[in-house]
Design a protein around this ligand. Structure first.
Ligand SMILES: [Fe+2]
Length: 307
């Protein structure tokens, strides 16, 4: 089920009002490290080879919520960048920024495309991977696991990911379309709802214990578990969900199911939970009202005409 063009998820870029607050929380509590910091931007890395997992840029300090600038995916090749660009135009999207050299801790070259609903995807190739990643550190994120984006027009949004990025449907529930591009069960997912907000960003932890210890660390820092602990149906990954300091929803996860071409996508009727259950364990209450509201409040930055 591998995408012919996209290798994997790399990072998410957010616009916030306070870089210091972002650095304090995401390094001291969430477990990332500073990859690069200057007056206007902050890049934070995990323990894996990716040059960074989150990029923050200063926005309007008066804004109540952050905005999402783009989701970055790595292409298999330089040629794939051109293929994706052509497929984007053919599918009704636009090129927000043509192929260019990227000035961030990873470098390389890439482009930013915009889907018909305003979602922005940066596709990169040739970005520098850290030659010798840190030794696995308990309780710290290794890489991003997945990003979930809400979709008013889910079926059409799913077709765009299939046609432009070569993703395939891994599973469909009543609430979500889980989209696959490599061995991870899902890398992107689309949430069926009435808006196109960021639903959440998931960080891969080394194991289930680090997801649980991370839950306690977050609780102690004043960020209670808003959903979890639990084990999802599609993907079978373990989870704890939180609301970050800017209202963004973030997840610690581990043990994401690894799949191949033999995996059979299942339908909403295959994934129906018994009354009162929202995951495989049945330990956790349903997602809090707070997290459901937070999943409706972070939107992609509006863009003008393509440069
Ligand atoms: Fe998730």
């Amino acid at each position: 089920m591998a995408s012919p063009w996209i290798e994997r998820l790399c990072s998410v870029a957010l616009q916030v009002g306070d870089l210091g607050r972002a650095q304090d929380f995401y390094t001291h509590v969430w477990g990332l490290e500073v990859a690069r910091r200057d007056e206007r931007s902050l890049y934070l890395r995990g323990t894996g080879g990716d040059p960074y997992l989150l990029a923050f840029q200063v926005g309007d300090s008066s804004q109540a919520s952050p905005a999402i600038r783009h989701v970055t995916l790595r292409a298999h090749s330089v040629d794939a960048l051109g293929s994706v660009a052509r497929a984007c135009i053919a599918a009704g999207g636009s090129i927000h920024r043509p192929i260019h050299d990227i000035d961030d801790p990873g470098g390389g070259e890439g482009l930013i495309l915009r889907d018909p609903w305003g979602r922005l995807f940066q596709i990169v190739h040739g970005d520098a991977q850290l030659a010798e990643p840190d030794a696995i550190s308990l309780d710290r994120p290794q890489r991003l696991a997945h990003v979930v984006l809400n979709a008013r027009e889910l079926d059409a949004s799913q077709r765009f990911l299939e046609q432009v990025l070569g993703f395939r449907l891994a599973d469909r529930t009543a609430a979500m379309a889980f989209m696959n591009c490599n061995a991870d069960h899902h890398t992107l997912a689309l949430g069926a709802t009435d808006n196109d907000a960021l639903n959440h960003i998931a960080f891969l932890m080394p194991d289930i214990d680090s997801v649980m210890r991370g839950g306690a660390r977050m609780r102690d820092a004043g960020f209670p578990i808003e959903w979890g602990p639990g084990r999802h149906g599609p993907g079978a990954n373990v989870f704890n969900y939180f609301i970050g300091p800017f209202g963004e929803v973030i997840e610690y996860t581990s043990e994401i199911e690894q799949i191949d071409d033999t995996y059979r996508a299942r339908s909403p009727t295959d994934w129906a939970w018994p009354p009162g259950r929202t995951d495989r364990w049945g330990l956790s209450p349903a997602p809090s009202a707070r997290i459901k509201q937070a999943q409706r409040e972070v939107f992609f930055t509006p863009t003008g005409p393509s440069p």
